[in-house]
Design a binder for this molecule. Sequence first.
Ligand SMILES: Cc1ncc(C[n+]2csc(CCOP(=O)(O)OP(=O)(O)O)c2C)c(N)n1
Ligand SMILES: [Mg+2]
Length: 794
Amino acid sequence: MSSKISRLKEIEQRLLWLSAWTIHNANHLRAKEEGDVKIGGHQASCASMVSIMTALYFNSLKPQDRVAVKPHASPVFHAAQYLMGNQTQEKLENFRAYGGVQSYPSRTKDIDDVDFSTGSVGLGVAITAFASLVQDYIQAKPWADKRPEGRMIALVGDAELDEGNIYECLQECWKHDLRNTWWVIDYNRQSLDGVVREGLWKRIEAIFGAFGWDVVRLKYGVLQQAAFEEAGGDALKDWIDTCPNQLYSVLTFQGGAAWRKRLMDDIGDQGEVSALLERRSDQELSELMNNLGGQCLETLTEAFDGIDHDRPTVFLAYTIKGWGTPLAGHKDNHAGLMNPDQMADFQSMMGVPKGAEWNKFATIKDPDGFQAWLEDVPFFVGGTRQFDAVALPSEDPIELDDAVQSTQAGFGKILLQMNRSGSETAQRIVTTSPDVTVSTNLGAWVNRTGLFARNVQSDTFRDENIPSAQKWQFSPDGQHIELGIAEMNLFLMLGAAGLSHSLFGERLLPIGTVYDPFIARGLDALNYACYMDSRFMIVGTPSGITLAPEGGAHQSIGTPLIGMSQDGLASFEPAFLDELSLIMNWSFDYMQKSGESDPDERTWLRDETGGSVYLRLTTKTLEQPAKRKNADFRQGVIDGGYWLREPGPNCDVVIAYQGVVAPEAIEAAGRIGNDRRDIGVLAVTSADRLNAGWHAAVKMRKKGLASAKSHVERLLEPLPSHCLMITVIDGHPATLSWLGGVAGHRTVPLGVEHFGQTGTVKDLYRHFGIDADAIVDAASELSPGRKITLKSVL
Ligand SMILES: Cc1ncc(C[n+]2csc(CCOP(=O)(O)OP(=O)(O)O)c2C)c(N)n1
Ligand SMILES: [Mg+2]
């Protein structure tokens, strides 16, 4: 054994021990103290990864490489960082507990240089491929610092390959000429509930092959390879190759004597095979049969170090779930834990003295030499590997002067004007869309900026002089990444691009467009991107029942609630272009804020912390208000709302609307005004921010800070208590109905609660009761005073 391999072997054994102990400690020792069982599938899932992770982190990785570690291998990752001095014993002792290391690696919550969070299986795998595309994008840009290219690596559970987003990603990334991506499949042939289907490897290899990946199968370790060379070795190899997964698992669990019996029964009557088996003790035989490629450091390091190209590569690493522990191979081992007796045996087998469980060097004969060796490991040598990028200078909002326009068209125009300005912000914008680029109004932007591809591809229609409104020119300069329809890929792309400042040291301002209802199609990836604190803008357009003739399949109802409830995402639904301009301008700054600073005492929002932004837009053209410049209006738009029509001191009715139903609210206010006093119209640009500010201020008051007051509380403060609040939105009414709770006003929530129909906008607004008549009726019937007779001014 070379000295490198013997060092790696020591590390592998340390990682096996430390990860098992971390889990045992959390589940048995702490759980007893806290009367709380924290069991989770980790111990067996970790064991199958220790060899792969040793070979990667301590041998083959370079600092510029980025890794997504499969969720349940989190303790192995943290053990590696602990060995390197980047993780604390206290946090390991608190694994899965308050303030301790997270169950699954987390970029934002763990302290030890996690590249990609994982947890929702499949997403951590695919994000690596999109990160690689983002790396290519950045490498092609003249403004980017040149840094060494890293490989984007996913450590993948074999059952993760059931997740459909993986295949959507494979197809998409093939179109973009993916490179520098490695996926290492922990082929332990076990999922959570049981043993995976026989012959899965063949399908895996065929699928990856079909999308142009190199497939490297790591099936046999060096012990097995040597045994196959012995007389009788061929028969042993054939037996291994045809052994069903379940049987291999059972025998692994049972150990050396069971292996011997079964092998003797099946192939032992051939004299050479019997001799081959006889030359080994039970212990050695078990080691031999456990010596699969993915558990063999020689095999793994040779395979990883042997890759001398940038083609995407998948390693099918055969492993054993629970390897090296008494849980090895048992089909129920996912959530299995060693019991205290098993743990005591395991501890003595590992040679870890009692009391030295957390000692990094507990089993190391030459701690100084070991430490010196660790200090030279390339991956860790430069310290933590996350970058930051300074924020771009702020700019003034773009002003549009359309008299009648939709927010969707306004969005396209603002981007176009930003591009014309050539500003730094405009240069860092990268747009992306799942086959709805033109229909979400990115067409003009793409015509000017071009599509991104590593190599120039001409537009044949243009070359052949066929008139077309769209220039479809691909080049390394392009600023639009065109995706296929799969919305999951959209959010993974946004998630990866929105981390570019941290992963690659270059700021990007990613903007994705999608039909609003199909946000739901990529929702878990959206949540994942926010969980990683990725920074992007998602534009859902068109939205609501306002896209009326498209029908119920395309009409979105719940998306405003998604926007409100999604952590890390500030949501807006402007009605007018001046609002949209202010919001987009503010968003580009907000997307670049970083920090955990205290909330702003004016709004109680966390604006200095920053986040991503969701804009819910529409294709319905609205008459635009006269120019509005005053500071209260501008600030109100960003804080979430402003009085479009200020209520008087005796206000009977307030109409609070969000988004495209502004004209209905304004018309209704006019009609109600004849019969009720001092009508107010509250323009809500962001129910999300009003709501968040309110909750935060209440919390602060609860803590004793009596002066804490949020924007919405200040807005509603002057209203008399008898005032009726009518809320209206083209979306779920719960988005705004809570407004009544802020200062205790009776509320009539209007909105959409059922799947839509086709029809004209007018038909549907009437059908769902969000037109001016519905607002007037609500005021007439539910606010004190005489019936409002005037039905319509039209
Ligand atoms: C989207 C999602 N669904 C379900 C789960 C629950 N879960 C966690 S791990 C796992 C299967 C693990 O099998 P595999 O990926 O083969 O990893 P192994 O434990 O064998 O290493 C499941 C179903 C999850 N984390 N994410
Ligand atoms: Mg598995």
